[in-house]
Design a protein around this ligand. Structure first.
Ligand code: PLP
Length: 401
């Protein structure tokens, strides 16, 4: 076994001199926030994704919150999402006073299962508690079955938010995620472990002018200064602004946008590198998969993942041991995700283990291997060799070999 490397994280930002220069230039400019960099970044993301509007926010969590508000989610409504996600995909419903429920995952893709959704919608229709909003999470960077989801949204009259926090640069049916062909709103995250980063940051894309206008108000205190949006009596007062709704300070700074603009120039390179790493894992781990010791992440038809994550499944009884062994080798494996409904906060709302078994079974077996643009081939080979070693040891101890 090769010597240990310094800690190899599961995900990490890739920052180069151009990124640094872009931020420094902004620091030396007139605007640290509310300047020209935010609209420039928004334009870059909108045109990359093929969406009409893009709105930058200070996080994907804020973006999910205002997306729900703009879609009219409120008390007495339901938001549905997948349990196999970060808590923010569900919390946004609770922020709005709505109730949250979950649709179990497809055991092949780990994304929300469309067949389960169909069943659950039929029951909800009977009971009169259909969702107002569905948050479809593109887990690991792989798109959900958006065309089918959009057809159901039409049939049952609910709105669709794509939580594409993992998935900028990915595509569905050959089109970039974020174009909102099959949804009302798409949300991206720019946290450092995601595909591109602005340190903290998020983005909404939409093709609806009405939604874009609402979101613009909500992200900045509910205040507008645009003359054509002011009451007639205020229009001749040049200093005037109006608070028209209850909004928040969810703005992205120009420093962050300057970083984002620079990162966007490398997005295709980043995603290509992630796909290359995934392909190497696929190839190196195929033997273990063939012997039934491991399940590789399956790729569905019509999708091209951005590979935010590379989750592999192991037998549940050896997962923890393998995880601990890899951590002892300074390999920053992780687990995505603890099913949201099993969190204490959600259990206090009435959910319990056993409610969404596919997500729970997946969780019991999964390990996310390191994948990010800075991961070297040498490091990746070390991860693979360590995983093989860990599996060998664990199986021996479990008396399986
Ligand atoms: C990271 C993440 C979020 C939250 O993103 P922030 O920008 O950190 O607020 C939401 N949903 C999913 C699926 C995520 O992975």
């Amino acid at each position: 076994m090769k010597p240990n490397f310094p800690f190899i994280p599961y995900g990490r930002q890739a920052i180069d001199q151009a990124d640094i220069d872009s931020v420094v230039e902004c620091l030396q400019s007139d605007f640290l926030t509310q300047g020209p960099k935010v609209p420039e970044f928004e334009q870059a993301v909108a045109s990359y994704c093929g969406a009409e509007f893009a709105l930058a926010l200070n996080s994907a969590t804020s973006a999910l919150h205002v997306a729900c508000l703009a879609l009219g989610l409120g008390e007495g409504d339901y938001l549905w999402t997948t349990p196999n996600t970060f808590v923010a995909s569900a919390n946004c419903g609770l922020y709005c006073g709505a109730k949250v429920d979950f649709v179990d995952i497809n055991p092949a893709t780990y994304n929300l299962c469309v067949e389960k959704l169909v069943e659950k919608l039929a029951v909800a229709k009977e009971q009169g508690n259909l969702p107002k909003v569905l948050v479809a999470v593109h887990f690991a960077g792989q798109s959900c079955e958006m065309e089918k989801i959009a057809a159901l949204a039409k049939e049952y009259d609910f709105k669709v938010i794509e939580d594409a926090s993992h998935a900028i640069g990915g595509s569905f049916q050959g089109k970039k995620i974020g174009g909102c062909q099959y949804s009302d709103i798409t949300v991206f995250s720019f946290h450092p472990v995601k595909i591109i980063t602005t340190a903290e940051g998020g983005m909404i894309t939409t093709n609806s002018k009405q939604l874009a206008d609402k979101i613009e108000l909500l992200r900045s205190h509910g205040i507008t200064r645009q003359v054509e949006k002011l009451a007639e009596t205020s229009r001749n007062q040049i200093w005037f602004y109006e608070q028209q709704t209850l909004g928040f300070n969810y703005r992205m700074t120009d420093l962050q946008a300057a970083l984002g603009i620079s990162q966007m120039q490398k997005i295709d390179e980043f995603v290509a590198k992630r796909r290359e790493i995934a392909a190497i894992y696929d190839k190196s781990l195929q033997k273990l998969a063939d012997s039934g010791l491991l399940v590789l992440p399956a790729q569905a038809e019509n999708t091209a993942s951005a590979f935010h994550l590379y989750p592999v499944l192991l037998a549940a009884d050896i997962r923890t041991q393998v995880f601990e062994f890899l951590r002892s080798k300074n390999i920053g494996v992780n687990v995505h995700y603890i099913p949201v409904h099993t969190q204490p906060f959600y259990q206090a709302l009435g959910f319990k283990p056993g409610d969404f078994l596919n997500a729970e079974n997946y969780y019991a077996k999964t390990i996310s291997l390191p994948i990010h643009p800075g991961l070297s081939l040498e490091q990746q080979e070390f991860v693979v060799a360590s995983l093989e070693q860990a599996l060998g040891q664990a199986l021996e101890q479990a008396g399986k070999v």
